[in-house]
Design a protein. Sequence first.
Lengths: 265, 230
Amino acid sequence: MKDTLNSSPPVIEARGLNLVFQTADGPVHALKDLNLTINRGDFVSFIGPSGCGKTTFLRAIAALEHPTDGTLTVNGMSPDEARKKRAYGYVFQAAGLYPWRTISGNIRLPLEIMGFSKADQDARVERVLDLVELSGFGKKFPWQLSGGMQQRASIARALAFDADILLMDEPFGALDEIVRDRLNEEVLKLWARTGKTIGFVTHSIPEAVYLSTKIVVMSPRPGRITDIIDSPLPKERPLDIRDSREFIEIAHRVREGLRAGHLDD
Amino acid sequence: MRGLSVPPVILPAPFAIAATIAGSLPTLWQDFAQTILKGAIPGFLIGAGAAFGVAIAIDRSPFLQRGLLPIGNFVAALPIVGLAPILVMWFGFDWQSKAAVVVVMVFFPILVNLVAGLQASERMQRDLMATWGASYWQTLVKLRLPAAMPFLFNGLKIASTLALIGAIVAEFFGSPIYGMGFRISTEVGRLGLDMVWATIAVAALAGSALYGMISLIERWVTFWHPSQRH
């Protein structure tokens, strides 16, 4: 639906994308013939078993991996150019905060590297701390906070420099389900407030269905897309939407897509 | 001691050593200044500085990594009894040659630790730096050097004891008529064992103080490391 309303150019576009790793055991086809269009403001989940290339694709968007073949553009540029323009914030599975810096210091780090003024840095740190509900924890060191709070700080860090694309690689994979539910809700709120384009890698079907406007189902050996589902769920999503008929139908379709990928093995 | 009839030449009584220390403070201070303040500490600082510079150079160039580490290893493996006389020939009898011996002795352990430390940051943290478009130097200063600090301090602690040994032993191969190594070797010859022990006491104190100072700085710099969190 969004696609028809929105005529602005796609944020991320992959055409005939292939990525082959050369390993000691011979070449590994991590991504095969990927075609995907992500529009401004989309929340796109990538779901699939280990080795399906979901993380590799996210890394390719961030120019951390380089495709062997095909085209991949970010805001109409190559991923490398987009990286130099600071087009994205990246959130990894582990928070990856620097233990020698306070929470504020960690969030400030990308701003220092990008050369924001001191006053601007302070204002931005305050704003994103508030956004992830960590106000008052700025002076703590990472090891003094719980895993969930650390991960929220790493999201704040990715938000601090206002990249329009947020790439999240299983950001809540290491957290327990209660914390995870809460953070999922927060990510949705954040997305609604900031209007960012989000790429989100996950193992969890409910997580993918709950969060996304577009679900990309992938399967391994070689890593490829088996289904792309445009979610009919409304943008406003209370947690109990997960008991609705529509939700269960989409989850079912995702499960079918995952199973189809395995039948080819 | 008296009860066991240990001769003073084998082991002087503690009070005799204490009396010697109290009675020879000016001599002991002069020896200390010559060996520790002029030989060991400047040598330690120069060696650490050189190791730091070379570690960065090695980090920038894999070619140097293959070339310089083996050479450093080779120099570190040279026995001090061979090295010290040569450096005394080159740099003279005074403290300069002692500092040179210390430089050679502390250089390699610091270098090896720092080179390892520069590899200690996690891949994810380096990837993060890359997504922010950080330059080599930004990544070095803001990520890799701080992450290397626990390694650097291991190197510095090992080197601090080596510096003391180097500065004292090098004086055996030529020195002015003062210095802790000179004192030990001449007093042994004169059977002045109380003075030998007094000098050893000063050396032990100086070594502990140097080590303690480095530990304090370490606690301050690497407060974030699990080994330092209390």
